[in-house]
Design a binder for this molecule. Sequence first.
Ligand SMILES: [Zn+2]
Length: 383
Amino acid sequence: MADAFENIFGQPRVRDFLRASVRGGHVSQAYLFCGPAGSNKTAAAYALAQAYLCPKGAKGPRGGLCGACDACSRIARRKHPDVRYYAPEGAGGYLVEQIREIVSDVSYAPIQAKSKVYILDRVDMLGTAAANAFLKTLEEPPANVMIVLLGRTRESVLPTIVSRCQVVPFRHIPATEAAGIIRQNTGASIETARIAIEACSGSITRACEFLKSNDSLAFRRGVVDAMSRLATADDWDIIELAAGLVRAAKAPLDDVRAALEAELSENADFLAKSVIRQIEARNKRQITAKTSQALHQVFSIASSWLRDVMATCAGTPEFIVNVDVKAQIEMAAARTDEARAAAALAALRESDEAISYNVSPETCIDAMLFEVREVLYGSSRAH
Ligand SMILES: [Zn+2]
């Protein structure tokens, strides 16, 4: 029977391990999930949160692995107030101040459930000072708190953190297998699945959501069209293209913001002022995280397009992923060469890494388009 853990695609050993821990009643209070981007760590963390917070508990009919009640569905929609997700807020990683906030938050009582789950992404970006502020909490969390840390590799996480956690290794999921999983779950063709997976930086879970949303597909089309137009775009064209992309990237955030505000005002009568302030702060962080996610998506789609141009220049067009815009990719390839495409890709990767949460989306998309045009077509650009 399907349960919360079924959604941990491509990681059968992780799924079996977590399921057995929950069924056997020996869950740990501190986990470290280690694996490359796109290995489904976040989905696994939310599945574990469902199993841990579900009011049906481990004594339920399916060993607590419900996945269907109100609490479980809130967690799946990432709307449960007792499941907190954090990512580094500083450009260089977690800020000590951010960790102090989390530590103090841990001591508050849960809002809706009997327990709380803290998910900290990218703990490979947890420096010594921030880690030190966290060690005591990680070692002895309150009895009703579970902490799930996500990191790229075991070696990239500070040993003081690793030694206090149950480490769960995640395997790299090969692209062809990932596309197969997406096809199974969405009915999309393998070609479309590959486009989605590249647009979502390899995340299977996000690629599935992406394919279910017409807005996302239109957004992706907007980015590849903008990339295709760079060859003949003048400065004003680029400013307009960037503005269009920013509008498209921000549009879904308005819905998110409205939904969060509606949910808060619905519950406002029942909640203490301090709790409302907490939720408001969390909502604000969620919007910030979503904005940066949308920006990264622009970069992922642009990178995918550039890799296709590079493959075409290299005489291996069979590797093109964005097959629906093959003609535009060939036109771009005819105006540049493999080395310049590789340089543009490298430049793009650098500016993607430089996206700090405080940079304005307008500026960074603008700069990215100007830079790619310059590197790809340079002075040979047509006017
Ligand atoms: Zn449930």
